[in-house]
Design a protein around this ligand. Sequence first.
Ligand code: SF4
Ligand code: SF4
Length: 384
Amino acid sequence: MLTKVSIVNVKDFDSIPKAVVEAIKLIEDNLSFNFKNSKQILLKPNLLTSKKNACTQPSFVEGVISYLKEKGVSMENVSVGDSPGQQGKSATDVGEKIGLLEICQKYGIKLVDFESDTPIIEKIEGALRLKQIHVAKAVKECDILINLPRLKSHIEATMTGAIKNYWGIIQGGLKAQYHLLGKTAEQFGEVLADNFSWVVKNKPNRLIIYDLQNIMEGRFGPGGGSMKQWDLILAGTDELALDCVALEIGKVKTKIVSHVKNAMDRKLGVGNLKEIEILGVPLEKAKNQTPKFNVPGNNFTSVISFMTGHVGYKIIKKIPNLIKERCVKCGQCAEICPAEAIKFIKGNYPIFLRKKCISCLCCSELCPNNAIKTKMRGIAGLFD
Ligand code: SF4
Ligand code: SF4
């Protein structure tokens, strides 16, 4: 069976939320689940860092909410969540800066910090490199996952979009740890595809709405690249198909994007354009009206991947550091630690076992009294 991808031009509507609703309606009959029967619908935007251009636009979340309301879904069953790429920042911090928190409050939906619960350890069958992951509890428990990526160039992964956005289901500093499993651009592509394979296997009820309205490109993506207006929205149920369509519109060959190529080789979705039914704006028309997507070349991404894989993350890897004056000895940090690296005896200060610590920084995110600061490991820590 063909998979469906809708393409909508934002300019044909008087607002982004209305265009989002239309994009979903066009592929509605591809959905094999009923929103109204769901008790936990999780929206997963890209909340990389506290810069508007680096994140999925909050108006996309608003569009999905409008659609769900039309379907009679109770907002009590809906939440938005992510784990930002910026260490020490929560989804709430980023959401507040970019205007997403305001939207969540307006509609009475929860904004979940993935670091606020102990992550769940999951094995990845058939993985090439990432054999197990710590998945955010909100992701593990949701029965419908709505992925809201924004198309951006990526200094190591060439581009970030529908597949790469799932890197955020891993909590905080663990992302950096897992990155070490992929020391070259190709290997990192395998790691990303491993993570995606967990999603494909464990989260069958998925919908993706792709922000291509104002994309980020150039060598400084995904945090600080230059912006270009494409005025498009894509929707579908197959991340690989959506990434392939986005790359086709931007006239970029899929084979230069390691994680997309790897997902194609492993048949983690539909990667052949002939097997994708386009609805809404025809693909050729979308291509003709859109400038080329300027992504970093393979030589550049290889050098950056080598540096981060071998050196970068090892240097920036941080560990928790207790500020005793602030600690009220509640023990919550020990409860959440996924590595059992915090020893806590009632009435005493927590003790951090550095050798066991995997630098996820969940304890620092969670501490209600802000009593856990982070500092770099080793000699670099003296200057941190
Ligand atoms: S969560 Fe914070 S306040 Fe509570 S024991 Fe841990 S460091 Fe102390
Ligand atoms: S002690 Fe280390 S492993 Fe445990 S929650 Fe804190 S940063 Fe993560």
